[in-house]
Design a protein around this ligand. Structure first.
Ligand SMILES: [Zn+2]
Length: 274
């Protein structure tokens, strides 16, 4: 969420709590969302601090919250388009991850994200570079027992397998790897590899399509607190309302809701929500 140009953490938390929401992961937006400079490490630090501060404000408003900090793959791509060399971009992204790791070690955040690959078609060189970044994030998170939130293309089992392979190489606990914005055809393959799929409730029909696979995922709103960005994004309070409706209409049982919103979260993040 955006404390600079959006509703802000307090109001988002208030609305979320009024619909029964009780836990929220606050994930870094992009530097540009805050009018910061892509490629400037001190601005990356500002981005991380704003994310951490937002999460703290959500907690203070009565919704338990943790922060996940990272530099989005779109920024990786933007720097390349700006004429940065691949090594320069890699170096910048690695330093951003190292900075995130330092803040996690200090107890300010619990994970690295969003990192990953652009969701649109990019060349092999960009993919290879992004995979280096993912591997670096996995290794940092492994040493801290932190989570990694991945932004990825949506290519079903193929996407999942490439991530499973990187996770294996880094020797990170697979459930700590969260596949944000997972399409229904990624949910089963991800869970069978022990990875955590995160299903966007705002994308029409995708939650419904994931339900028959069992409560093997978590849910997300992908809310950016930006009035200009709509589409598949829904506010967290609407997500909370929808999930309740799914129980009352019988799509899911109370136990299913409890597993995806509480038990899975506790296991993945290593915290207690009671
Ligand atoms: Zn994303």
């Amino acid at each position: 969420m955006n404390p600079v140009g959006g509703l802000g953490p307090r109001e988002v938390a208030r609305r979320f709590a009024s619909r029964g929401g009780s836990f929220m992961v606050v994930v870094s937006l992009l530097t540009v969302d805050f009018g910061l400079n892509v490629g400037d490490l001190s601005d990356v630090e500002k981005l991380f601090k704003l994310t951490i501060e937002s999460s703290r404000m959500v907690s203070e408003a009565g919704v338990k919250s943790v922060a996940v900090i990272g530099v989005h793959p779109a920024e990786c791509n933007a720097l390349l388009e700006r004429g940065w060399g691949r090594n320069e971009v890699r170096d910048h992204m690695f330093k951003a991850i190292d900075l995130a790791a330092r803040l996690i070690r200090q107890g300010e955040a619990v994970g690295i994200g969003e990192v990953g690959r652009p969701h649109w078609d990019v060349g092999t060189e960009v993919v290879d570079l992004c995979n280096d970044v993912i591997l670096h994030a996995f290794e940092a998170a492994r040493d801290l027992d932190a989570v990694v939130q991945l932004h990825l293309e949506r290519r079903g089992a193929e996407t999942v397998e490439s991530i499973a392979e990187l996770a294996r190489r880094a020797n990170i606990k697979s459930h700590k790897v969260i596949l944000h914005h997972a399409a229904p055809d990624m949910v089963g393959p991800a869970a069978s590899r022990g990875l955590t799929p995160s299903v966007p409730v705002g994308r029409k029909g995708e939650f419904e399509a994931s339900v028959p696979l069992g409560p093997i995922f978590v849910v997300e709103s992908d809310f950016a607190d930006d009035v200009k960005r709509t589409g598949s994004v829904i506010p967290p309070w609407t997500m909370a309302k929808k999930l309740r409706e799914y129980v009352s209409t019988g799509l899911i049982e109370e136990k299913f809701l409890d597993t995806i919103c509480k038990e899975n979260i506790e296991r993945i993040y290593g915290l207690s929500l009671t």
